[in-house]
Each structure stands twice: as structure tokens, then as C-alpha cells.
Design a binder for this molecule. Structure first.
Ligand code: SF4
Length: 164
């Protein structure tokens, strides 16, 4: 089973069932066109910037030097994943602070030309700490939560697991 990481934090804010499936390393449909689109966007967008940094267990899409702080970026396919992107980046910002790195974040949605600034604060940190407790409880269950139709389902690589 996976330990907590940024991807699981992102899933938690999208769908608890997806979180469980991912944490238990069930492989989603690799042919899913939305996964392919995600890969394409990650590879092709922001081509000029350095990408794909591994810091500890964190895989950060973009790292660049801002005017005052380091800026880390998380690329998302659409606004549907905006909240999960904000929380994923906030988790990275919180973890980076443990390494003594003060950074800011940006959720980037190239398809929509959107850039959402993210800064860690007490409220978000409290939310993350609660989320981490909840994630540990969910993934320790022997079965995933039941599927619930949400706007994300149609684009989800796990839809065969839920609705076939
Ligand atoms: S198809 Fe829907 S219910 Fe199933 S994992 Fe994906 S988002 Fe969750």
C-alpha cells in the first residue's frame, strides 16, 4: 500500500474511492484518453521551464525562481481539479517548509490559460492535517468506499472499476 503523497492528497479532494483504489495500487485504464491528454499536457505545456523535480517523495511538476521565493507549479488538465491541485501544492509547500524551504505555489491549467497562486496558511494547514488523518482511515479499510456519481467520473481512469 502507498504512503501518503501529493497524488493521494489530490485524489482525496476529488473522490475518496479513487483515493482508496490508488493507494491500493490498482492500475487504472492506461488507454484512458484523459490520462493520455494529461500526459500530453504535462509533457508539452510550459516547455521552457524546468520540470519534474523529485524532492523526497514529492514529484513537483515545475520549480522556478520567483522575485522573492521559489515557485513550484502543479499542472492540471482542467478547473475540475482546481481544488485538488491547490491542496496538493499546499501539501508540497508544507513539506518543503520542513526542509527549511519557503516557497509559493501556482496551479497551472494550460488548456484554460489559468494560473492560480497558492500560499500556505494556518487554515489550509489545518485542513491538510485533518485530510491526512482521514486519508489514513480510508486507506486502512479493507474495501473502497462505494462509488458516487460526481462530475469527475466521466473523465476518471477508474470508471471501469466503478460503473462497468
Ligand atoms: S469513476 Fe467516479 S466514483 Fe469511480 S473512482 Fe472515478 S471519480 Fe470516483
Amino acid at each position: 500500500m502507498s504512503f501518503i503523497n501529493g497524488t493521494l492528497i489530490a485524489s482525496y479532494f476529488i473522490c475518496k474511492r479513487e483515493l482508496w483504489l490508488m493507494a491500493h495500487e490498482l492500475i487504472p485504464d492506461q488507454e484512458n484518453s484523459f490520462l493520455e491528454m494529461g500526459r500530453f499536457i504535462e509533457e508539452e505545456a510550459y516547455r521552457d521551464e524546468e520540470k519534474g523535480f523529485l524532492i523526497g517523495e514529492m514529484k513537483i511538476d515545475i520549480v522556478k525562481q520567483g522575485d522573492e521565493n521559489i515557485i513550484i507549479g502543479e499542472i492540471k488538465k482542467s478547473s475540475r481539479s482546481e481544488l485538488s491541485g491547490i491542496m496538493q501544492l499546499s501539501y508540497y509547500l508544507m513539506r518543503l517548509r520542513e526542509y527549511g524551504i519557503v516557497a509559493k505555489g501556482e496551479v497551472l491549467i494550460p488548456k484554460e490559460r489559468k494560473k492560480i497562486p497558492v500560499e500556505i496558511n494556518e487554515e489550509i494547514e489545518g485542513r491538510l492535517i485533518e485530510a491526512i488523518k482521514d486519508i489514513n482511515m480510508i486507506i486502512s479499510e479493507p474495501y473502497p468506499p462505494k462509488p458516487e456519481k460526481i462530475k469527475y467520473c466521466n473523465h476518471c481512469a477508474y470508471k471501469e472499476f466503478c460503473w462497468a
